[in-house]
Design a protein around this ligand. Sequence first.
Ligand code: ARG
Length: 467
Amino acid sequence: MALWGGRFEGDTSALFKALNDSLPFDRVLVLEDILGSMGWARALGRARVLKPAEVNRIIKALRTLRDREIDPRTSTIADASDEDVHSFVERELIALVGDLGKKLHTGRSRNDQVATDVRLWTARHIIELRTLLISAMESLAALAEQELKAGTVLPGYTHLQRGQPVLFAHWALAYVQMFRRDFDRLGDALPRVLELPLGSGALAGTAYPIDRDALADDLGFIGPSRNSLDAVSDRDFIFETLSAITLMGTHLSRLGEDLVLYSSSEFGFLQMADRVTSGSSLMPQKKNPDAAELLRGKAGRLLGNLVRLATTLKGLPLAYNKDLQEDKEPLFDSVHHARLCLAVVPECLRGIRINRERCMAAADDGFSAATDLADYLVRKGVPFRDAHHIAGRITRRALELGVALHKLPIAELTAIDKRIGTDLYPHLSIDRVLAKRDIVGGTAPRRVREQLREAAAFLRKARRDLR
Ligand code: ARG
């Protein structure tokens, strides 16, 4: 039976029910709905709307229901046909304690109730995503440390053309920086997620003397919302969460793409573990980087969910409208897939095999020191623009002769510019090229070691703060 039968005559249409019911997807909120209901029962008790004995009986029954519903073997919600999770919980409560259960909804509306449930759910999952982000960053930092010790060098790219060599560790730590910002962004959203709508009633505020500060405290919120119209219709907190998740998904997609590229035969820099790859049903020799491809591919879904929500919210009149029921699936879907992706990152990185010789051969291809050749001329007093031009001509000459820059005979070099001497050659070695980027954020080994220490300190603190 629906919660609102009184003013209606006859049955609702089955088609309407199929369109209208949200239980098939909002049942994941059952735990939050029960917790919120316990808090509301206690608040009604403090307001002397319910007697202490009544509160206790309701709480006890809600506990029984919770214990039943968190265990997949005893949960019944999947087979229920209630309109939504709130109707389910109320009906089950009434089944357990009879008429007393009908008192729980005093002064409450599903509008402030659902907003409260979704906020509780979102906060819980933000914490979970942040925990997974820490693990992902830890696995990147571990890989960075391993390859820093091994001295692995990678070509750094712009336009996917080789530019300047970088340490492999520098590449891995670039992703730590991205995920660190995602971690902060998700954390920044939390205080706004944890504003309590309960007590706002349907739209105007409840008519019972509820101590909303105490209620907020009880349910783990920071404080009560300040405007009931806003509180029942505000979904900014979902938007913000999806926005942070979408950006994180963009970072995951870039990591995925690097792994796809670097594990291809054309690059050959690394090999993904068998555990996270699959074969081809036709071509026996193939090993496909599916995990990395899906890290790349999920970004579209995550952005799609953000757009779904944004479109739902646009132009809604105050306050609650049923359109808002469409807020949940994008949220649940994005959290689910973000969580899968994050969890697979350590799994991918742990089993990765780096082909250090291949990386070095590509990084030290004979031209990666071209910028340093220009820098050498700058140190001899040549203005950089001219030095760049001279280095370009030398590069062209080396390409004509089919040799690396550092293999060009001195006569060839002086023929192009007399200011060049044999003291140039040491500047073209890859170790020198790396060591010279000795600046905050640069790829010199010393600086990357510093970066790694900083990342490790951040990760230790982040773990501690998450308690
Ligand atoms: N299932 C509804 C939702 O998700 C719950 C709130 C219903 N409120 C109402 N006034 N019909 O939005």
